[in-house]
Design a protein around this ligand. Structure first.
Ligand code: PAF
Length: 285
């Protein structure tokens, strides 16, 4: 596996593989790899002749009160794990490489960015959309891999890819969970042992909602209300939202007639966690 830090080196490494006729897959990441990241890399490895992984803790997607400085960083461990799953190229640019002095161009995906996490994290999705567009421009992947754990991010990336006619297929992969159901996240390591136990409430409340849906409940507000109550019953959880939304537009819905998403966000101590589940009536758009 090759490790490079400059845009020019990354372009050159991928160009060689493309010239050899290989399909290029990209897994954009911010590092601190866990099984969720590795599942994306394995899928890219199975699909593509050349697998590039970007590792860049993107400052413009963090708000002023957010955890940029304490975001976990262990690039050598990450490189070892990426190597083990057969990644060809690890692109690890510095902030100056990605955002040189004078950088002034941003990508904003309207509407989709305003719902759910967008309300409490202004500018976050603009930062994500900008860096992903830039990574797509640098690597020019045929396929790019994202987890459904960050469902809103996934929808935004799909939309920007389609709106800007970018020639990349966005592949989404299922949420990877710990044995007790907690969704894997780089942020789980910030949880105290008590908060880690309390964090189970997110998956448990989503599972309960799924069971209600399976029994025929189609009232989105009622499902969201009961999910909210379950999370609020956990003393260590500070609920931010529990919402049933259209799985395509992310607009809140009262009655579930189309594919819907139940999404939750809550704080455990200083750590903010999100989780979600699709409540399927038909395929998500
Ligand atoms: O999901 C992430 O890790 C980041 O938001 C991404 C897509 C790598 C952009 O920085």
């Amino acid at each position: 596996m090759k490790r490079v830090t400059s845009i020019a080196e990354a372009r050159a490494a991928v160009a060689q593989s493309r010239a050899d006729g290989r399909l290029v897959g990209l897994v954009p990441t911010m590092g601190a790899f866990h099984e969720g990241h590795l599942s994306l890399m394995r899928r890219a490895r199975a699909d593509c002749g050349h697998v590039a992984v970007s590792l860049f803790v993107n400052p413009i997607q963090f708000g002023p009160q957010e955890d940029l400085t304490r975001y976990p960083r262990d690039p050598d461990r990450d490189a070892m794990l990426a190597h083990e799953v057969g990644v060809d190229l690890l692109f690890e640019p510095g902030v100056d490489e990605m955002y040189p002095t004078g950088f002034a161009t941003f990508v904003e995906v309207e509407r989709l960015s305003g719902h759910l996490c967008g309300r409490s994290r202004p500018g976050h999705f603009r930062g994500v959309a900008t860096v992903v567009t830039k990574l797509f421009s640098i690597i020019a992947p045929d396929r790019a891999y994202f987890g459904r754990k960050d469902y809103q991010q996934l929808r935004i990336i799909e939309r920007l890819t389609s709106d800007l006619s970018l020639p990349v297929v966005v592949v989404s992969m299922p949420i990877v969970r710990e044995a007790d159901g907690v969704a894997m996240s780089s942020r789980n390591r910030y949880l105290s042992p008590e908060e880690r136990v309390a964090a189970r409430v997110l998956h448990e409340s989503l599972s309960a909602a799924n069971a209600e849906f399976a029994r025929g409940e189609r009232d989105g507000r009622a499902i969201a209300g009961r999910t909210e109550a379950r999370i609020r019953a956990e003393p260590r959880a500070r609920l931010e939202y529990a919402e049933v939304v259209d799985a395509g537009t992310l607009e809140p819905i009262a009655e579930i007639r189309q594919a819907a998403l139940l999404a939750v966000a809550a704080h455990f101590g200083t750590t903010r966690l999100i989780d979600s589940t699709l409540l399927g009536v038909g395929e998500p758009p």
